[in-house]
Design a binder for this molecule. Structure first.
Ligand SMILES: *Cc1c(COP(=O)(O)O)cnc(C)c1O
Length: 404
């Protein structure tokens, strides 16, 4: 049974105070908090078996290697990849995207087209612009509507035999919109294009099934799903990962090195140059265990309840506007008070112990679309409560009084 009060006890940080007030942490779309079960795994690693992996004959190295590779199996099972070697450990979503974008440098030519969406995080825009500069390929953008949804009729029109790659996020970090990725993937495949899904915002809420989706690449970060920062994963179909050249050169990724010629290691090591974040990978596995233990269905249901409650309560405040009103959305509410800068609202909320994000949320094109400098974003996790939402609503009312 899902019991939020029991769950909250797993997160030591939730009992701290900020500015003399109990912390109300509503910045989960930026990073999630870490349960004791994951913290224990990190402490255990550095206390008991810290060692470099894959090369050592000694016990510590073997223990660390085993745990690290077990984490890869956990991630494989979590996203339902066919092979464990289709899971590449990365430092996060940004790293995974750059790895793929870099790999496509040698596969694209002038006149090829890449499609991204208007709802992207900067990390899913800039690497593709750089790829276009290197190759002469063209970047096309699926437009959005006022509700913050992608316009699929326009996507259909953008697709052609020149389309080589399509990149969209599963869920928008700025607005919470859940994009119709099944449709996007199917249509892209009809013209022979590969698809990369940015799952940084979906993995905290939804268990992806990469085989059912038939997606070519899927990337995410551990720190948005109860894991550590500086750790993430890239899923790639075996056929694609074999085709792409290595991203970085160094130790771990080679089979044999001479000054005349170097051959590369097999998957997944071909893409894992240098000593990785060993503890981070193991802790990522522990975070997946933790979330599975709570259950993704229970998590989504509860978060949806929080979203509906918060939406209803916030909309009772006069002159408050919510951006991103898609029917399909996760527990993210981006809003503004008319005539008041989001930064000023965020500052007052912080004084009251409430952590929200203000600004453009690494998605300036969305802010430009709405002609606003930014928003206040409250994003809820399964360890938040309705009582915390009440605190937020009261604080927004107070901010409004103080600032208008
Ligand atoms: C957070 C986020 C990223 C970037 O993730 P990093 O962990 O900073 O690499 C990319 N896309 C989306 C949708 C995000 O929410």
């Amino acid at each position: 049974m899902f019991n939020v009060e029991t769950i909250r006890k797993d997160f030591p940080i939730l009992s701290r105070k900020v500015n003399g007030k109990p912390l109300v942490y509503l910045d989960n779309a930026a990073t999630s908090q870490t349960p004791q079960q994951v913290i224990d795994v990190i402490v255990d690693y550095y206390s008991n078996y810290n060692a470099n992996i894959h090369r050592g004959v000694h016990t510590l190295s073997q223990e660390a290697t085993d745990k690290y590779e077990q984490a890869r199996y956990k991630i494989q099972a979590h996203v339902n990849a066919k092979f464990a070697h289709e899971i590449i450990f990365t430092s996060g979503t940004t790293h995974g995207i750059n790895l793929v974008a870099n790999g496509f440098s040698s596969l694209l030519k002038k006149g090829d087209e890449i499609i991204v969406s208007a709802l992207e995080h900067h990390s899913n825009i800039v690497p593709w612009q750089m790829l276009c500069e290197r190759t002469g390929a063209l970047l096309k953008v699926i437009p959005m509507n006022q509700e913050g949804e992608l316009v699929m009729a326009e996507y259909d029109k953008l697709l052609s035999k020149n389309t080589k790659l399509v990149f969209v996020n599963h869920i928008s970090n700025a607005l919470g919109t859940i994009n119709p990725i099944e449709y996007i993937i199917e249509k892209a495949h009809q013209v022979g294009a590969a698809v990369l899904i940015d799952g940084a915002q979906s993995c905290p809420h939804i268990k992806p099934d990469v085989q059912a989706l038939d997606v070519d690449f899927y990337v995410t970060s551990a720190h948005k799903m109860c894991g550590p920062t500086g750790q993430g994963m890239l899923y790639g179909k075996e056929s694609w990962l074999k085709k792409l050249p290595p991203y970085q050169g160094g130790g771990e990724m080679i089979a044999e090195v001479t000054f005349e010629k170097t051959t590369y290691a097999d998957l997944p090591h071909k893409f894992e140059a240098g000593t990785p974040n060993i503890c981070g990978g193991i802790a990522f596995g522990a975070a997946i265990d933790y979330m599975n233990h709570i259950g993704f269905d229970a998590i989504s249901d509860y978060e949806h309840e929080l979203l509906e409650y918060a939406t209803t309560q916030l909309l009772q405040i006069e002159d408050l506007k919510i951006y991103g009103t898609s029917k399909e959305k996760t527990s993210v509410i981006s809003f503004n008070l008319e005539g008041i800068h989001p930064y000023d609202v965020g500052t007052i909320l912080d004084k009251l112990g409430i952590a929200v994000r203000t600004g453009h949320h690494c998605a300036q094109p969305i802010m430009a679309f709405y002609k606003i400098p930014g928003t206040v974003r409250a994003s809820f996790s399964f360890y938040n409560t309705k009582a915390e939402i009440d605190v937020l609503v009261a604080a927004v009312k107070k901010a409004k009084m103080m600032l208008s």
